[in-house]
Design a protein around this ligand. Structure first.
Ligand code: DOR
Ligand code: ZN
Length: 348
């Protein structure tokens, strides 16, 4: 049995770091293992302008432990009022790496997102021209569409027409949860990729709902049936550069999750690499872990891979992990994969 695996330092191509006390608690968790992360802009209020992104980047950097080598890659939150010139300037100046599209009302803090896609056409055209990638939360918000169908319907109704209307726009379909999305991404040769989270490789919808409701497994897009989880595992472990890691690690204080109307989000940053090594080992694909976590994401974004490395060692004894991260906003429960973890990250 393989006892260790060495990778280029991984990156997280979709991460929620929040702000204030939560930011100070969770930023060191990502910085411990990851070299860079695409930082989601769904703060309250959202990160709307280049100036907002610059200020948020400074707050993140201030929250990192001394000596951390972690680069936050900033995004802007696309609204119907986004100024194309501001986006292009922020990208040219290296302040932002991408722009995030939330359909209005799709998920946590998405109220300022896009309702009428014709109203963002000018920004999308400018982004295509300037080479600014668009990260997409791929769910329709139409209340008549069943929540388990919202991703597949989004591809047909919104994403495919949007891509055809804006040739040259580079698009990342974020946190895909369905075989439909994996198939769609595979149907396009260039300019379209998908991130896959750690938790969607581990849970299906039964984990959320069978035998009692488990709020810490609730996220958006919600986990689908088992056949979709298996399709995601196949995509992630295939060595296909169109699929790479975006954890969507999304901390909420336990009180906000364990509630009559609980928030969406799984907090996976601290032990994501241990879980992924387990998943890839299960699939007989440990040799493909590095592509997924460390090579394909930078290649899509036109960046070099990190030049330092991280080693995972397989211990016989299971890792002892805390169940919760304590923050000044209250405890945050770590995602429980439901199996013992044996892959330990070094240096830690
Ligand atoms: O589960 C999720 N949580 N999905 C999202 O799209 C947003 C995120 C959050 O911000 O909590
Ligand atoms: Zn997210």
């Amino acid at each position: 049995m393989t006892s260790h695996v060495t990778l280029r330092r991984p990156d997280d191509w979709h991460l929620h770091l929040r702000d204030g006390a939560m930011l100070r608690a969770v930023a060191p968790e990502s910085a411990r293992h990851f070299g860079r992360a695409i930082i989601m802009p769904n703060l309250v209020p959202p990160v709307l302008t280049g100036a907002d992104a610059r200020a948020y980047r400074d707050r993140i950097t201030a929250a990192l432990p001394a000596g951390a080598r972690f680069t936050p890659l900033m995004t802007l939150y696309l609204t119907e009022d986004t100024d194309p010139a501001d986006v292009v300037a922020a990208h040219r100046e290296g302040v932002i790496t991408a722009v995030k599209l939330y359909p209005a009302g799709a998920t946590t803090n998405s109220a300022s997102g896009v309702r009428d896609f014709d109203r963002v056409r000018g920004v999308l055209d400018a982004m295509a021209e300037a080479g600014v990638p668009l990260c997409v939360h791929g769910e329709v918000t139409d209340p008549d569409i069943d929540i388990f169908d919202r991703e597949a319907v989004f591809i047909d109704r919104i994403l495919d027409p949007l891509r055809r209307a804006t040739p040259g726009l580079r698009v990342v379909m974020e946190h895909i949860t369905t075989a439909d999305a994996a198939d769609y991404v595979r149907s396009v040769e260039d300019g379209l990729a998908a991130t896959i989270t750690t938790h969607h490789l581990v849970i299906n919808r039964n984990h959320i709902l069978a035998g009692g409701i488990r709020p810490h497994y609730y996220c958006l897009p919600v986990a689908k049936r088992e056949s979709h989880r298996l399709a995601l595992r196949a995509a992630a472990t295939a060595g296909d550069a169109r699929f790479f890691l975006g954890t969507d690690s999304a901390p909420h204080p336990d009180g906000a999750k364990e509630s009559a109307c609980g928030c969406a989000g799984c907090f996976t940053a601290p032990h994501t690499m241990s879980i992924l090594a387990h998943v890839f080992e299960d699939e007989g694909a440990l040799d493909r872990l590095e592509g997924f976590t460390s090579l394909y994401g930078p290649a899509f974004y036109g960046l070099p891979a990190n030049d330092d490395r991280l080693t995972l060692v397989r211990d016989d004894a299971p890792l002892e992990l805390p169940a919760k991260l304590m923050t000044d906003d209250g405890p945050v429960t770590l995602f429980d994969p439901g199996f013992a973890l044996h892959w330990r990250v070094t240096p830690n």
